[in-house]
Write a new protein. Structure first.
Lengths: 398, 466
């Protein structure tokens, strides 16, 4: 959509002019890409990565228990204790290529069971709901954002989620079937917003995103959910691959709160896992060679109860699974300080006990993948988290 | 000569209402506060657009028929084409019909403050249309449980919302079974390994979202006890021997209710059956934590993202003193000085931006398909907040760059489509009066076409805020 580029240039946005193909500099220091995908609603970690080797597993999980590897509809074997849910065929293959690193029994510092507080804390990076007004990923941008005012990060949504909100510039984008506004009107709106920082900054960010997204934003009707999310994954890849475009993206996915009839090898949760698996596959394909410098972190606010509830589902729990994947990940192994499922080992007698702080994983990725200084991580990105170690070795040594 | 429009008039119409229509500012200019307060009394504001809609019980029966038809067809002819009236299209039919009614009412009502309160409470007790069969019920929930109860006691509103089949289905309570109930004991004898029991979803969200608030001082044990008390709160239906209650209506299933007393927030509830959870809800409805939770939400919704503590205090006191009388609460809000400070305390939500645009154009949409799609793209698909927490109430949650860009694209299109022939400056005078700043005024005045002028008006900071 060249006219938008003209519009930006005409208004004196030198940074964007510099992003014209041919004269752009591939900024080497931020060549690493990071995608954080938030599964909202508490995805069931014990279904994602099931401890089939645990003696109590199938008894506790009852109707929701997944069959052991090698049987009909059985788990996809990772080792003698854990198997991936049978829906994760792409991830299983990628695990064999050492590009998937599942981490079990992780949790944020939050120990209550409200989705909304838990998500707030997962995104604000403190130990309290409402503990910060901005998101940890936004704070992590400070050493990455250069002086040109270009955004390093983008939320694939109409509105920026908390994790990416804050004083560092970050953009947002989602597909549109609305008719384009004409250039002259946009020019006048920019002028109209001149004295209002709230509107001016947002319009500027939106115009820059439009410039990269180009014809993606006018693609046709999207009825089918999976196709819709496939387009979202492809758009994410397009942003991350654009020279001088964003290097960090946040994607959200909803509907993981499986209180009722969650199913086992088949059923509603199995379908959601299949879509997730296929979306991640789409994203890898769309990234092409840039996949090798990419990390995707798939996280959720908390886990679900070990036992089945009264309605063939699970209620809010504590520890869950985090998945790291990408060409830059040193995978093909599982990280877990496995607490076990005996009643005495459960948190409050009902949930998988957390043995690893999710911040430790985020810190490991930010330190080794994006070269962010560990003191900065301890103090600014995750305030007062000096006692939470930066997890080493998540990223492949090159 | 007519009196110039007062700033309070603009605040009344835009901050407390759904946006001025041409003529509105003039007609309420004399006494904007009374104009607001008068909307709270008098006959129930039930517009005819709602009276023609099917009620939720009939809808649930229709849906069950459609589901049964689907099952039969699946059994009989696996390869043949689907019936013309599938389950999905039945759901969509109701969803669109109810959504249309909502926007017809919002864009044409003479009681916009009343309508705002309906929207506020409907969002407080959010049921989200991304889970079946909620799309078919979200509007009827609003019209049956919320609309008739917004000016009475909060306890009545609370009970109506929690007993509505849509709420019970949304938060999975219909099949939550007491482990010591008759049914569970019988089932335990027959199939000892098949586990039926509690689902704590509804109990938790009532405490966290509908009443006390997340810091309201309850524990996991309170959640579990409350879930026990709520067992049996279900929806009538079923077939043959399993048939119970009136299909599609609230039904208390004694056979799955957990017997015995429960302790919640240190108080024992010894009531039997349905009265037990009713007793708990009645107490929760007037609890000081509930008062503060509701007061904060109301102040944040109408006045400012960070409302003055003094205002929250006033509203909390009113709530407690009146035993949760909602009309007293709204009156305290309207009478509070803090509620009239500044003209631009709030950034409109996408929905209220769209509604206020239609009101400015005196346009009442008869088919909301395109409006639905536009709202979806701005991040606020009708009745679909995505979680029981409802839509957020702060600019930082709505202020995404992309969302603003969608507002701009939509304004540009709608100005051409429905804004025809309006003079932009005259319209600006009609809907913003003295609130329109000089800078925006001259930008609009210099527009190269009427369409462009209207677009500039709609996207102007003054129109986007309230």
């Amino acid at each position: 959509m060249p006219y938008r580029r003209d519009l930006l240039k005409g208004l004196g946005y030198g940074a964007l002019a510099a992003s014209m193909p041919g004269i752009s500099l591939a900024s080497a220091e931020t060549d690493s890409r990071l995608v954080v995908m938030i599964l909202r609603g508490a995805a069931d970690g014990l279904a994602m990565l099931a401890p089939y080797g645990e003696p109590g597993y199938s008894g506790l999980r009852g109707q929701l228990a997944l069959a052991p590897p090698g049987t009909e509809g059985g788990l996809l074997k990772l080792d003698g204790l854990f198997g991936l849910h049978p829906s994760f065929t792409f991830l299983h293959g990628l695990y064999q290529e050492n590009q998937v690193l599942p981490i079990h029994a992780v949790a944020t510092p939050y120990r209550e069971r409200s989705h909304f507080d838990a998500q707030n804390l997962l995104e604000n990076g403190t130990t309290q709901p409402g503990g910060a007004r901005d998101g940890w990923l936004n704070r992590a941008l400070a050493p990455l954002n250069d002086s040109s005012g270009k955004e390093t990060a983008i939320a694939m949504a109409q509105n920026t989620p908390l994790i990416l909100r804050g004083s560092e510039a970050a953009s947002s984008w989602s597909p549109s079937t609305l008719p384009d506004a004409d250039e002259e009107t946009l020019r006048r709106i920019r002028k109209l917003y001149e004295n209002d920082e709230f509107f001016a900054s947002r319009l500027q960010q939106a115009l820059e995103s439009q410039d990269i997204a180009g014809d993606l934003s006018s693609s046709s009707r999207r009825r089918n959910k999976l196709r819709q999310s496939k387009e979202m994954m492809q758009a994410t890849a397009r942003f991350l691959k654009t020279p001088d475009g964003p290097r960090i993206a946040v994607i959200e996915s909803g509907g993981w709160d499986t209180h009722f009839n969650q199913g086992a090898a088949t059923g509603s949760l199995a379908n959601k896992f299949r879509d997730l698996d296929s979306n991640l596959n789409d994203f890898k394909q769309a990234m092409g060679s840039a996949w090798s410098s990419t990390v995707v972190a798939v996280v959720t606010e908390f886990g679900r109860t070990v036992r089945v509830n009264g309605t063939r589902g699970t209620d809010h729990g504590t520890a869950a699974v985090a998945l790291l994947l990408g060409g830059a990940i040193d995978g093909g192994r599982i990280i877990a300080d496995w607490p076990g499922l005996q009643t005495s080992a459960l948190y409050e007698g009902r949930d998988l006990k957390p043995t690893l702080d999710l911040r430790s994983i985020f810190k490991g990725v930010l330190a080794d993948h994006l070269d962010i200084d560990s003191a900065f991580l301890d103090q600014k990105v995750f305030p007062d988290s000096g006692s939470i170690a930066v997890m080493d070795g998540l990223i492949r040594k090159t | 000569m007519a009196t110039p429009v007062k700033i309070e008039t603009v605040i009344a119409a835009n901050r407390f209402g759904l946006g001025a229509r041409p003529g509105d500012l003039k007609s309420i200019n004399e006494d904007p506060k009374s104009w607001l307060l008068e909307q709270l009394s008098g006959p129930p504001r039930l517009s005819h657009v709602f009276s023609v809609l099917d009620n939720s019980a009939d809808i649930l029966v229709e849906l069950e028929k459609a589901r049964e038809l689907r099952r039969q067809e699946k059994k009989q002819n696996e390869n043949k084409s689907r019936s013309p009236k599938s389950y999905g299209s039945t759901v969509r039919h109701y969803y669109m019909q109810q959504t249309t009614a909502r926007y017809v009412s919002a864009t044409s009502t003479d009681y916009p403050f009343h309508e705002r309160l309906v929207h506020f409470w409907s969002n407080h007790f959010a049921i989200s249309a991304d889970k079946q069969p909620i799309p078919a019920l979200a509007g009827s929930f609003e019209n049956e449980a919320i609309r008739p109860n917004i000016s009475g006691k909060f306890s009545d509103l609370l009970l109506a919302a929690e007993k509505h089949p849509a709420m019970l289905l949304y938060l999975d309570n219909q099949r939550s079974v007491g482990p010591g109930s008759k049914l569970a004991r019988k089932a335990g004898k027959r199939q000892p390994d098949r586990k039926i029991g509690l689902n704590e979803n509804l109990a938790r969200e009532i405490l966290e979202l509908h009443t006390l608030g997340v810091d309201g001082g309850y524990s996991q044990a309170d959640v579990t006890s409350f879930a026990r008390a709520l067992t049996g709160w279900s929806v009538g239906g079923g077939k043959g021997r399993k048939q119970a209650g009136v299909p599609g209506r609230f039904h208390f299933r004694k056979d799955i209710h957990e017997p015995g007393s429960v302790e919640i927030l240190g108080k024992y509830y010894t009531e039997k059956d349905m009265a037990q959870a009713e007793g708990i809800l009645t107490d929760l409805a007037i609890h000081p934590s509930t008062a503060r939770h509701i007061a904060s939400k109301l102040a944040r919704h109408f006045v400012a993202d960070e409302p003055p503590v003094s205002l929250i205090d006033t509203l909390t006191r009113t709530f407690i003193k009146s035993g949760g009388d909602l009309k007293s609460l709204y009156t305290a809000l309207v009478q509070a000085e803090e509620a009239w400070q500044g003209v631009f305390g709030k950034y409109k939500t996408p929905e209220d931006f769209v509604i206020s645009t239609f009101r400015a154009f005196e346009y009442v949409p008869q088919n909301v398909r395109t409006t639905f799609a536009a709202l979806e793209m701005m991040g606020q698909a009708p009745y679909q907040p995505g979680s029981p927490a409802g839509w957020p109430d702060t600019a930082e949650q709505w202020g995404g760059a992309d969302s603003l860009y969608k507002r701009i694209e939509w304004s540009n299109g709608i100005a051409r489509k429905v804004g025809k022939r309006s003079d932009p400056l005259e319209l600006a005078e009609f809907v913003l009066g003295p609130a329109l700043g000089q800078y925006s005024r001259s930008s609009i005045a210099r527009a190269e076409s009427l369409d462009q002028g209207l677009t500039l008006l709609l996207v102007s900071p003054e129109f986007q805020r309230r």
